[in-house]
Design a protein around this ligand. Sequence first.
Ligand code: NAD
Ligand code: MG
Length: 287
Amino acid sequence: MADELKKEYFPKQSQVEPGLQSQMTPIPEDGSASYTGHGRLENSKAIITGGDSGIGRSVAIAYAREGADIVLNYLPEEESDAQEVKRVIESSGRKIKLIPGDLKDESFNQKLVEEATAFLGSLDILVLVAGRQQAQTEISKLTTDQLIDTYTTNVFSLIWLVKAALPYMNPGSSIITTNSIQASQPSSFLVDYAGTKAAIKNMTVSLSKQLAPKGIRVNSVAPGPIWTPLQVSGGQLQENIPNFGSETLAGRAGQPAELAGVYVFLASKDASYITGESLNVNGGEDN
Ligand code: NAD
Ligand code: MG
């Protein structure tokens, strides 16, 4: 698929956060037309946050095609995107349950894991993809509400979900977080967001050390510029949208489908000797 992807000039477009994939032009590639499974996650049970759209949606579709049963979390406003993922996954012959809810609410994180494990029967893979990004060029306009929302969604919920999920996770299971190239190359207009992504990368290492004795691996994925709803619902400055991703060695933005393979790999037995790592998928932007 990647060979067919050309540099794209995206039309300027804006949605209210969190945005819908179905309303984007062009619609991001989620892998539903291209991903072929090879039984690498046969009968695994996975919770995926942010699974309605963008990167999380591609991960969900790929996991189902690799043989996993899935619980998806997303925000209630994203129900239509989530229903589309459910249709694709059910047509792959796997089980999926949709559990909408706000990860900023600590008690919801516990409820999500309880409902998910009741449905799945066990839990092998916890994939934390949900995140928020709102561009703000002036620190004087960076409100306390924005700071709290960004840190609560991206950082606090990571701890709350891992705490809730651990009692259900056995040796051999795995946790995958999502950081960003912003963790190491922060943009001037993403002061709060970039900080959360650096925190996630760092926390992934701490957790890998703490959970290794339990046989649980903890890794992270660091995407570069990927064409998703987050970018067009306040995450990116409007003037950057037409050439979004063109600064990479690939010369273009990535599609969500191009991230799925790395999340499959990190969850699979192929990655049994990998923990505490962050894998870059960024078109060579960091070189
Ligand atoms: P996306 O908008 O498709 O996904 C983000 C998802 O986060 C939303 O679909 C939503 O369901 C979820 N979310 C946000 N706030 C939430 C809350 N309070 N409660 C529950 N769910 C909530 O965009 P995406 O780009 O696929 O983002 C996925 C992850 O990838 C994010 O963590 C983002 O920071 C990271 N990332 C994206 C890029 C990029 O260029 N798109 C680059 C680096 C990292
Ligand atoms: Mg979404």
